[in-house]
Design a protein around this ligand. Sequence first.
Ligand code: ADP
Length: 544
Amino acid sequence: MLGGMQDWPLLVWKLIDFAALNHGSREIVSLTCEGGEHRSNWAEVHRRSKGVAQALSRLGLKQGDRAATLAWNTHRHIECWYGISGMGAVAHTVNPRLFEDQIVYIINHAGDRVLFLDLTFVGLIEKLAPRLNSVEHFVLMTDAAHMPTNASVDFLCYEELVAQADGDFAWARVEETTPAGLCYTSGTTGNPKGVLYTHRSNVLHTLGSITKDAMGVGSEDVALPVVPMYHANAWGLPYSCAAVGAKMVMGGPHFDAPTLHKLLMKEGVTFTAAVPTIWLGMLQHLEETGTDLGALKRVVIGGSAAPRSMIVDFKEKYGVEVIHAWGMTEMSPLGTVGSLSAEAAKLSQEEQFDLKTKQGRAIFGVELKVTDDAGTTLPRDGESFGHLMVRGPWCVGEYFGGEGGHILDAEGWFDTGDVATIDQGGYMQITDRAKDVIKSGGEWISSIELENEAIGAAGVAEAAVIGMPHPKWDERPLLVIVPKAGATPRKEDVLAHLEGRIAKWWMPDDVVFVDEIPHTATGKIQKTTLREQFADYSFPAVDG
Ligand code: ADP
């Protein structure tokens, strides 16, 4: 027997239709690649995304075809997202910070027929175009005045394409299980793998992420996603802001603290999201300039662990609430959010800070468990750590093109590759990536926890911990530190700071100071490269 309710497919374009109709005048402000700022709103972005859809249809793009974007966060990029998926094709976000060979691999593997690119990437695409086998049209996201005159690629002009469209275009009425988006993981080992989102998974993820205990974004918010749209969908914000009619502020090609800070103050940003490295830069900028964060109320921090000292600084110095979140490209990306439960709200401020360093609780739509190597579920006691497994309607079922074969176990669980604990209250804490955990004498040491504590020591700008070979213990932790500008922290002081904050046997065997720590294309510490850099290193004194 069927139920009696309407069949209303969960399609991504319904989000922008809703925003245009109900919050049409709510602004979308972008810094642009041409320089300067552009002011638009949801009604305008809706109209122009229909223009993109119509233009693509005229170029011969068909349902299920892929169209890629190589672009920063701008109003045009949002228009492309809705335009591409709205005409039934797949919006493939390409991360421009990947190596050139990876960009070529990804675009060819996806079989992208159209590539939208920002002005920043003209030179890159002129170089790579001969190797991009499937791309038939390169659309430069700019106006006629900024089109290059003697480029080796025959670029189409975005603004002309949109202007030529009369907007008389009906969105594709496809099945909700039709693909809408594609994003590749950064593939620190092996080739990147594509995650093919459906309209349904994106809409459900949106509904899950706007709830109060999750991102909690509303129509009064002014949201600045610093996290790029090519990094795990800017954590879904171009969808969730449409779903609630929030104003959006987009930084374009800018990620530096002074520019972001100016934008944040000028537009009255209340909500923002970024990886910890961005916030390290921002907090330093605030300290140097003696400024504050204006109307900002909440920052979502994810992608890597948010150090406790960062959570404390935001709250105590600037009155801003940090919401620690965890997720991954394979999860659209939101998995857990560190908002306070009713019990947690009763804790002291210090206890709340401790809790907020955990990555948070599952939101409805995400199931979590931790298992040992044999696959047995471990207790939710906040101590037992094991493989973090996930399940849910916005979690990956298989990679694009079937790469990597079957990736779910018999009960549909996906192994995240993270090692974590879950406590009685449901708060999950990542202790490591499975491949980064330090195995000392048969026990595991969490590199993330050591890094989080080390960063609180005086004069430390950034910290990374890697396991180095040790004759007795197999591996021991080596702490690598980037000092703050002008500071010269000493090994003894850093280790003294760690004392009492970590288990005695976790104490790093050595501390080394470097000018820079390598990062991945999504702002995470690149442990593989760091380990290579220290390949010839050995600990100063082995205690036998
Ligand atoms: P990429 O590997 O391309 O950067 P993801 O953003 O999908 O892409 O990476 C997901 C991984 O990032 C997670 O599996 C986890 O290891 C790490 N991660 C994400 N959020 C956090 C967090 N808040 N704390 C610690 N690690 C995190």
